[in-house]
Ligand binder design. Structure first.
Ligand SMILES: [Zn+2]
Length: 259
């Protein structure tokens, strides 16, 4: 599983700079005007990612006999025997965010990237990797919630060994806050143990370092000893501990609490 994550990060770091550029946005009353321009950009980015990933894929026996797909419709989601919690979350999200997302595609969804054994095989050992990517830094809450919801389903109902939410240009603190809101609102999240194989990857810009966390770690982050806010995992940039991970207050620079 960690190998897969490393391969994703390696491929991501090979995506050229031009794929990271965003169009000029117009903001009007806090809304992004022209946000629909981002869908083709996301496709372009993921296509390039897929090309880079394919080079690694060709060389590794772990991916032998598996297909990699990019933007293919896949029949996920529930059948008649669906988990009641999934159904309930679907209905709640649909009611609350109907102006932001189209939840009606619930019988078929289109993950951004997949490594699996084909459309009709849903066996555990063949469900290698699935990625939901987002390039829009202003994606509304409903869209983020939908990605989180779908990712929990991939991991729990379809046994994906590695499920990733890839966030390019997205503010890390905002995303972590949205994850906490999702959990606190008691939407479907499956089994806690499975959150160890769900990852979120942040890449803020072409030059920024990749940051990767398991959802398990994000949900179990400690509380700041100074101000009682949540803490986030950071990497020391300088000094004796450079490169090491540590817990820092999420409100930094307002509070500099660390453990
Ligand atoms: Zn603090």
């Amino acid at each position: 599983m960690l190998d897969t994550i490393n391969d994703v990060i390696t491929a991501l770091n090979k995506v050229a700079k031009r794929f990271y550029s965003l169009p000029d946005f117009c903001f009007h009353d806090g809304e992004v005007v022209g946000g629909e321009n981002l869908k083709p950009l996301e496709l372009r980015f993921m296509h390039e990612f897929s090309t880079q990933f394919s080079r690694i894929y060709e060389e590794k026996s772990a991916y032998k006999k598996l297909d990699y797909d990019f933007e293919v419709p896949k029949r996920f989601m529930w059948s008649e025997k669906a988990n009641i919690a999934i159904r309930e979350t679907y209905e709640r999200l649909d009611r609350k965010f109907h102006s932001q997302v189209n939840m009606q595609t619930y019988f078929t969804t289109i993950p951004d990237f997949l490594v699996h054994a084909g459309q009709h095989d849903i066996q555990t050992e063949n469900q290698k990797l699935i990625i939901e990517a987002k390039l829009n830094p202003n994606a509304p809450k409903g869209e983020v919630f939908k990605d989180i919801f779908h990712t929990f389903i991939y991991s729990n109902e379809y046994n994906f060994q590695c499920s990733i939410m890839l966030l390019v240009h997205f503010d890390k603190e905002r995303w972590i806050k949205l994850l906490s809101d999702y959990i606190n609102d008691k939407y479907y999240s499956g089994v806690l143990e499975n959150t160890k194989r769900i990852f979120v990857i942040f890449k803020n810009s072409y030059d920024a370092e990749v940051e990767c966390f398991s959802i398990y770690d994000l949900l179990n982050y400690p509380i700041c000893p100074k101000c009682n806010e949540k803490m986030v995992l950071r990497t020391a940039r300088q000094g004796f501990n450079a490169g090491n991970k540590f817990w820092g207050c999420s409100t930094y620079p307002k509070c500099n609490g660390t453990i």
